[in-house]
Design a protein around this ligand. Structure first.
Ligand code: TXA
Ligand code: MG
Length: 399
């Protein structure tokens, strides 16, 4: 097949990984995905001339999350392998959470710092009892928000190895609502430790294409199953007295949590933590995603944003529906209606992933990314949090 020849295995230097092209699909209905895959595979191989590890993994790609795929992926997890799977938030990179050496492979595949702990994914809220010390408040939160995009940090039990929790005495547990994720955890018969399925420092994958682009050649198996619903990672909370502290905002909003218990929002959700403060969650100190070019958030009215950008060429723009003049530009992307935070959440990472790819391909044509400020209410807090982290807290006030 012509296109597969262009995706030939390449050896760049002694430090470089050997990547093999994805196998051609037998079924006609998989062809479109395959062509897309060859494209992203080439882009990946070109961009990462020097990869930071020496792995050579044959990845099995399932383009349908059917019973056979789930069974096979469950076996791979039980055998200590890595499986990429969809959840309602973002794609995850899973391993058996009771197997320290399986979990260690996650850190290697992502290039993730060893001091950033993983979330343990369970089939049922009550399963947490085996791996963590649960409380009455945990079950109240579970009753209301699980299965769904809420992660709760609890004191850990010995059943979870230190590799998973990065040596902490707590463990984060979550029960995903995505049917494929649920079926996979059931089929595996083990709890599944899973961070987002991106290479560390890149945006979380929220589409099958971006999951493949990040993890092809790094995981043993990928279950590709369309777009994720929410598009930002789960809300992470830690129990604190009678209430919770939000370590990472997500689709379960502070307002929703507030209906059940007192909620504390640390300053670090809005601004950069100072170097001398120990973060409440290890993930807070990482920038999460750093584009290759400078990124700025523009805080101002429609007209001041338009004026500011008028003479800025060679940049990517993230704006809203209705920003006609901006959207007419070559590298402009809309997050949806300005007031629709759910749409912003759904699109943000896919847009950032696409801009990353284009910035590489367009070779110097994108020298900066300018994103319009998004609303901070409800799930908007999660969007804003990811946006300012991506922009390294660079906000330009225009009015
Ligand atoms: O939606 C999600 O949560 C996705 C999907 C795959 O489930 N997973 C995800 O995982 O976003 P990850 O590893 O990208 O982010 C986990 C976050 C990190 O910020 C980490 O520091 C925090 O949860 N975390 C995990 N265990 C913790 C613990 N014991 N104490 C405090 N924070 C913890
Ligand atoms: Mg992540």
């Amino acid at each position: 097949m012509g296109s597969s020849r262009t995706a030939k295995t390449r050896i760049k230097s002694e430090n470089t990984v050997l990547l093999s092209p994805p196998p051609a699909p037998r079924r006609a209905r998989d062809r479109v995905l395959y062509i897309n895959l060859i494209y992203t595979f080439n882009r990946f191989a070109e961009k990462h001339t020097i990869l930071d590890m020496k792995l050579e993994i044959q990845t099995i790609l399932f383009t349908e999350p059917d019973g056979d795929a789930i069974e096979r992926a469950g076996e791979i997890l039980r055998a200590g392998g890595l499986v990429v799977f969809p959840t309602e938030t973002v794609y995850g990179l899973g391993a058996d959470a009771t197997d320290g050496s399986a979990a260690a492979k996650i850190f290697a595949a992502k290039g993730r710092p060893a001091d950033n702990p993983l979330i343990v994914h369970l089939a049922e809220p009550a399963d947490a009892e085996r791996y963590a010390v649960t409380t009455e408040l945990y079950f109240r939160l579970a009753e209301r928000f699980m299965p769904g995009p809420l992660t709760v940090v609890l004191p850990k039990r010995e059943t979870i190895p230190a590799t998973v929790t990065a040596g902490l005495d707590t463990v984060a547990v979550r029960v995903p609502s995505h049917p494929t994720a649920h079926a996979l955890i059931k089929a595996a018969g083990v709890p599944v430790a899973a961070p987002s399925a991106n290479i560390s420092g890149r945006p979380s994958p929220t589409t099958a294409r971006h999951a493949i682009e990040n993890m092809y050649g790094r995981a043993d198996c990928i279950i590709a199953a369309g777009d994720c619903d929410f598009g930002v990672e789960s809300t992470v909370v830690k129990l604190e007295g009678e209430g919770v502290v939000v370590l990472r905002p997500g689709a379960v909003t502070p307002e929703m949590l507030g209906e059940l218990c007192p909620v504390r929002l640390p300053d670090t959700l809005y601004k950069s933590a100072s170097a001398d403060v120990v973060p409440e969650s290890p993930g807070m100190k990482y920038r999460h995603y750093a584009p290759d070019v400078p990124m700025y958030i523009l805080d101002g009215s429609d007209s001041s944003v338009k004026n500011f950008l008028r003479d800025k060429t060679d940049c990517a723009i993230i704006c809203f529906d209705g920003d006609e003049e901006l959207l007419a530009r070559e590298y402009a992307f809309s997050l949806g209606d300005r007031a629709d935070s759910a749409s912003h959440a759904h699109r943000l990472f896919a847009v950032l992933n696409d801009i990353g790819g284009i910035a590489h391909k367009a070779d110097g044509k994108i020298k900066a990314i300018y994103a319009r400020m998004t609303p901070k209410e409800g799930v908007g807090l999660a969007v804003f949090n990811r946006l300012i982290k991506a922009a390294g807290y660079n906000v330009i006030k225009l009015d």
